[in-house]
Design a protein around this ligand. Structure first.
Ligand code: SF4
Length: 488
């Protein structure tokens, strides 16, 4: 995903660093998120950020480093000296998007509009040799854990050192700092990465190969980052990691997400704390009680389940079975009032039979997840699943995806219809460009980028405000609401 933002952002500096010159930000031009900063400049660059929220945090850190080092970001790559493409390499579709962005920048270089192209992130990490072989015009490759050296690479590029450079560091045993970010999300929400890597061994997933083993970011560092973000105007903190429930296990010898959340609850200035990427293991009663007791943790959980058939779960090496999953869902539904559950499913995993797929459809219909993302299995040559027999043909996978989405669509639309007449707080993200007086926001039930939105009308609305609303209508996956109180 290419991040697109129309709202101002700013450098999020640690409290002990004085702000640099003012910066202002332009709407996205062409396809890329860009930002123009004023002030003395070592050189001008365009930045393309692709992929998941974890990658967004990496992008923001690199942007912060470049900014602090005196580089200036421009909205139009044709006005830049160089471009940085922070790539995603998770599945084939994401790789294709990354290749397209790289090729677009290389084309500008070929036409003399850019002096160089730096490629960073997961795709660089995963396909370093192949990438250089297929695209030898790339000037520098920076792996996931080389991101701290992005300014040195830029210095070399603009200093005229022709030699192609690869910066690949082994996964550090201590997660890299995510402070001093120049954020590309709207000012009022931010992603907070609490750990790096993953110790699970899901057979379809290449992430541990790219991001290494799980390393917990020490609690005091997470809290420092959260304070920095809150001081910068963040009202909604979105907690991310490859697997947030694993937090603490490697560092403290036991899962500590509940403890971390109780500490985050005390950070001044935050209104909403949103939990993403639960693994259906280590969801303890203590963790559930912490969510229920909190005034700031919203009753929204993103918990990718991927499948429900026991044979599929074993082949995926998910280490949970159907009965355990259902028991966990019962516990969550019974104990967390107004819970909104988001999950994802993979269809067409090798060997998935019609009956196993039907079981997944029935499960989705029964569980009535408020949010569901459906993905077709992506063949990843360097994962164990690629060696499994009975790969499912693409047309069958696509058909299953469409059928499962149809099941879910009915559930989601009905849920939306049941919201009409309810009162709910909405956080305003942007003005609706196509309709004056209409604003685009999200309630606690909507995570940024992946869920629907709430269109709001009312007086004195502004970006970043939280406004009490009444839901008045639905439109597919989205809602319409009228403000019924003062924005705050
Ligand atoms: S939990 Fe499984 S799917 Fe998620 S990042 Fe880890 S290995 Fe990949």
């Amino acid at each position: 995903m290419v991040r697109r933002h129309q709202t101002p952002n700013r450098l999020c500096l640690p409290p002990d660093l004085a702000p640099l010159s003012d910066s202002f930000f332009l709407p996205v031009s062409d396809t890329f998120t860009t930002k123009l900063a004023r002030g003395a400049s070592k050189g001008r660059y365009a930045f393309i950020s692709l992929g998941c929220p974890k990658n967004t945090v990496d992008s923001e850190r690199m942007l912060g480093l470049l900014r602090l080092d005196g580089y200036e970001m421009v909205d139009d790559p044709r006005k830049a000296d160089f471009a940085v493409v922070n790539t995603c390499g998770f599945i084939e579709a994401a790789r294709q998007e990354s290749f397209a962005a790289i090729d677009e920048m290389l084309d500008l270089k070929r036409r003399g509009k850019l002096r160089g192209v730096i490629v960073s992130g997961c795709l660089a990490e995963r396909q370093r040799e192949a990438l250089l072989e297929s695209r030898p015009q790339i000037d520098h490759l920076v792996g996931v854990f080389g991101r701290e050296q992005v300014t040195k690479v830029a210095d070399r590029l603009l200093g005229g050192l022709e030699e192609q450079r690869m910066v690949f560091n082994p996964a550090p045993t201590h997660p890299l700092p995510d402070t001093a970010r120049m954020r590309i999300t709207p000012r009022h929400f931010a992603f907070l990465k609490i750990s790096e890597g993953c110790d699970r061994l899901c057979t379809f997933c290449a992430i541990p190969k790219m991001r290494g083993k799980h390393y917990t970011k020490p609690m005091e560092e997470v809290i420092t980052e959260a304070r920095e973000l809150a001081a910068d105007g963040v009202r909604e903190l979105v907690i991310v990691a490859q697997d947030t429930t694993y937090y603490g296990l490697d560092l403290y010898g036991e899962p500590r997400l509940a403890t971390l959340l109780r500490e985050l609850e005390r950070v001044e200035g935050l209104d909403w704390i949103r939990l993403m990427y639960f693994y259906p293991m280590y969801v303890s009663d203590e963790l559930i009680d912490t969510i229920v007791a909190s005034k700031r943790i919203v009753p929204y959980i993103d918990m990718p389940l991927q499948h429900i058939n026991d044979r599929m779960l074993r082949r995926m090496q998910r280490r949970v079975n159907r009965a355990e999953t259902e028991e966990l869902l019962r516990r969550l539904r019974n104990r967390v009032p107004n819970l909104v559950l988001r999950t994802t499913a993979i269809v067409g995993f090798p060997g998935e039979t019609d009956e196993e797929f039907d079981e997944l459809c029935d499960f989705v219909a029964e569980q009535r997840f408020e949010r569901l993302g459906v993905f077709t299995y992506s063949f990843e040559p360097d994962t164990p699943a690629a060696r499994l027999s009975e790969q499912v043909p693409e047309d069958v996978m696509n058909d299953r995806r469409d059928r499962l989405m149809e099941v879910q669509q009915q559930v989601a639309f009905e849920w939306n219809e049941n919201q009409v007449g309810n009162q709910v707080d909405v956080l305003i993200d942007a003005a609706e460009p196509a309709q004056e007086g209409v604003w685009i926001g999200r309630s606690y039930a909507d995570a940024p980028d992946v869920d629907g939105v709430v269109y709001v009308t009312g007086e004195n609305l502004r970006i970043g405000a939280i406004v009490p609303c009444e839901i008045v209508a639905t439109s597919g996956y989205d809602l319409a609401a009228a403000a019924i109180g003062e924005p705050r």
